[in-house]
Design a protein. Structure first.
Length: 278
């Protein structure tokens, strides 16, 4: 109780002082005391008002900058999103342009070798390793594809269909060690065979020519070899490659560099058969 009474004394004293000062102002009616009192109060209040104004300005500036920064961040995020979308669209359009170029080259090549009905397809899988020894296409019986149909690209002969499903087929390329192709040397008109010599450990995609005539061949490096049309699988005249090296021993043989890049294949065409007469 004693401590409570002591705490009220300053309040009472302050109240009495305020009353006395008020009475003094009324009595003097604007005298020097009143002016002194007003000035004293102003000298105390004015710095406080100034500090409060500065604090208010600082707070206002802080929140204004905060909101402006937030708006700028949102705008930057929106612009980054639009830029990413633009880059994606640009990349897709460039891929479409390159694909159209490859398909145009493929159709131009196919029209140069004869009137064939074609089924264009995309490579969707390949054998392990860097070479396309075998590849899977996104076309099957639904597009008229069947086993032992020849497969080409814009650079020449790729291989033949060895398995087929409804919407896929598997192709064994001419460089695979299981492949053989009846060959015609364009310049000499020699008929022979070519076989793939690529296995899982090979570091070069080549083929070997064999069954060359030993007594009269004048095969030389750079000679172009094409399909002979014999055997019923590969139509005549499909480019296979060029002679890289001629080896003469007990029999004549040669190494062929394929015209097709068997490290990069994307679109190909399956030869379904002879096209309709124009």
């Amino acid at each position: 109780m004693k401590s409570g009474g002591s705490s009220k004394k300053p309040l009472v004293i302050t109240l009495i002082a305020v009353i006395l000062l008020t009475v003094l102002i009324i009595v003097t009616n604007g005298s020097a005391v009143s002016n002194w009192l007003k000035n004293s109060i102003a000298s105390i209040v004015t710095p406080i008002e100034g500090a409060a104004a500065k604090a208010s300005d600082a707070i206002e500036s802080f929140f204004r900058n905060l909101f402006n920064t937030t708006d700028a961040d949102r705008e930057n995020e929106r612009l980054r999103g639009e830029l990413a979308l633009y880059e994606q669209m640009r990349s897709e359009l460039e891929e479409m342009r390159l694909e159209n170029e490859r398909l145009s080259e493929l159709l131009n090549y196919s029209s140069s070798i004869g009137n064939y009905e074609l089924c264009t397809a995309r490579v969707i899988a390949k054998s392990t390793g860097i070479w396309f020894r075998t590849l899977t296409l996104n076309a099957g019986t639904n597009k008229g594809v069947d086993v032992d149909m020849a497969v080409i690209c814009s650079d020449g002969l790729v291989g033949r269909v060895t398995e087929v499903g409804y919407d896929w087929c598997k192709v064994t390329s001419i460089i695979d060690s299981s492949s053989t192709v009846p060959i015609l040397v364009e310049r000499t008109r020699d008929n022979c065979m070519a076989r793939g010599i690529l296995d899982g450990s090979s570091d070069e995609a080549v083929m070997e020519l064999y069954y060359l005539p030993t007594d009269r061949t004048n095969l030389t490096p750079g000679d172009t070899v094409v399909t002979s049309g014999m055997g019923g699988i590969y139509p005549k005249g499909l480019i296979v490659g060029t002679v890289k090296e001629v080896m003469i021993g007990g029999e004549v043989s040669a190494i062929i560099t394929p015209s097709v890049d068997f490290m990069h294949l994307e679109e190909v065409a399956v030869i379904l058969g002879e096209g309709a007469e124009q």
